[in-house]
Design a protein around this ligand. Structure first.
Ligand SMILES: [Fe+2]
Ligand SMILES: [Fe+2]
Ligand SMILES: [Fe+2]
Ligand SMILES: [Fe+2]
Length: 442
């Protein structure tokens, strides 16, 4: 059934203010929560952070608007702020930073994989696929620390819905900014679905960056601190990459309309899929709030631009965040694209054997990893402590692990502490021997 958001009833703005008890709502139970309940909570916080920040940008940079419209925007911003608090604070206090971090990367992997499959624009889809393999590898790196520091196995968090294994190796995610910039869409020719897909993913990536910036220092372990710093920098690249797809000539009111539409689509998606009733009720009320914000944005767009809002958002609401296991899609992309690298001028990609010797990203990689790559040390620590790296893999992928490592390895720009295929194989052999010895003793 189609859901035309501008025809649905929202909650009037004067009824949207909530009390402190409602704002600081009771968190979900860490031990009982479904992985995708956690994922939706993390994700929707990112949507609200962007919605809130954008209102402030509007009021800072918009000139020539009526005072009462400025007030309207600031009142909406206050509601976004209250929603953001509720979304973020549904996270339980006994969930560690590393556990939440695994949740963040699970959001990135499963959201990007979903969006890549529903994205109608091939260029945008390819950009999503490229970013997907990077967040996939982040999940693997953080999983090493979650186990070695806190005895948390990946499936304690991802609950077998997402594979945890190396992807495109993190040390090779560092690029020259000129290469990260992709080509923007044409705002007059691009469909609403593509615009809202990009804004959805951009919001999630931006919040991942913010979370690492605000929490990476909370661990005393220097290698873990450096790994947060390294991966946070990749999230900065992801923000750069996804925002560069957006047409820079969209007007501010056009952007406001798309932001509110993005919120409607994502609450609509998460409300439909959420199984925990204690959490679902928030997605329901927040959907009603966003329907009203969208109407206000549409009125402002009509008033200041004298255009029809349907030109920008169309007449239907999209499922922009369906969280479900994406293992087979991710495996397909891994096999096909682990050796891809960014090309100049927003062009499609190099495969490793095509990269020119003066590729601009080599300089960034060599500089940032000149002492060592922390995300490689993450695996070395796991070897030292457990004898083997920490993974949670679908059977089909197990045999491909070392093939992937070899296929994605750069000769130039690699850090001196890079874990080589032979080291993985030796660690695995030793681990198997020890396991056999143990079983004999018993
Ligand atoms: Fe909101
Ligand atoms: Fe990531
Ligand atoms: Fe990312
Ligand atoms: Fe909103």
């Amino acid at each position: 059934m189609s859901f035309n958001p501008l025809k649905e009833k929202g909650l009037p703005l004067e009824k949207q203010l909530r009390n402190w008890h409602q704002i600081a709502a009771r968190p979900y139970k860490k031990q009982l929560a479904d992985a995708y309940t956690r994922v939706r909570q993390i994700f929707l916080n990112g949507i609200e952070v962007e919605a809130w920040g954008f209102k402030h940008q509007l009021n800072r940079y918009l000139s020539n608007i009526d005072g009462k419209d400025r007030e309207l925007i600031s009142r909406m911003g206050r509601i976004e702020n209250q929603q953001q608090m509720t979304c973020n604070w549904l996270c339980p206090s006994n969930q560690s930073v590393l556990e939440t971090t695994l949740g963040y990367e699970q959001v990135a992997v499963d959201l990007t994989a979903y969006l890549a499959q529903v994205e109608p624009d091939n260029y945008v889809k390819e950009t999503f696929d490229f970013g997907l393999l990077e967040d996939f590898d982040h999940l693997y790196r953080y999983a090493q620390f979650a186990y070695t520091k806190e005895n948390v196995k990946p499936d304690d968090i991802v609950q077998n819905k997402t594979d945890v294994i190396l992807g495109r190796t993190t040390q090779f995610h560092h690029n020259c900014n000129a290469l990260r910039l992709r080509k923007p869409y044409d705002k007059n020719k691009t469909c609403p679905r593509t615009k809202v897909n990009i804004l959805t993913l951009l919001s999630a990536e931006q919040q991942t960056h913010n979370f690492y910036a605000e929490h990476g220092f909370m661990y005393g372990d220097q290698i873990l601190r450096e790994t947060y710093a390294e991966i946070k920098d990749v999230e900065e690249e992801h923000v750069t990459m996804y925002e560069s797809l957006i047409a820079p000539d969209e007007t501010m009111f056009e952007k406001l309309l798309l932001h509110e539409f993005c919120e409607v689509c994502n609450y609509y998606s998460c409300y439909q899929d959420e199984e925990c009733n204690d959490i679902k009720k928030y997605w329901e009320i927040f959907l009603e709030i966003e329907l009203e914000h969208l109407k206000i944005a549409a009125d402002l767009f009509k008033k200041y631009e004298k255009r029809d809002p349907y030109e920008i958002i169309g007449e239907e609401t999209f499922i922009t965040s369906r969280f479900e296991s994406q293992k087979s899609y991710v495996q397909k992309v891994l096999n096909k694209e682990v050796n891809k690298r960014l090309k100049e001028n927003g062009e499609f990609y190099y495969s490793l054997d095509e990269i020119p010797n003066d590729w601009a990203s080599y300089e960034v990689q060599t500089k940032t990893s000149e002492v060592s790559s922390p995300s490689e040390n993450a695996v070395r620590i796991a070897f030292l402590q457990n004898g083997i790296d920490v993974t949670s893999i679908d059977k089909n992928l197990k045999n491909l692990e070392f093939e992937l490592l070899e296929k994605g390895m750069q000769k130039q720009g690699a850090a001196c502490n890079t874990v080589q295929k032979e080291e993985y194989l030796t660690a695995m052999k030793k681990f198997e021997e020890k396991k056999e010895l143990k079983s004999k003793k018993i």
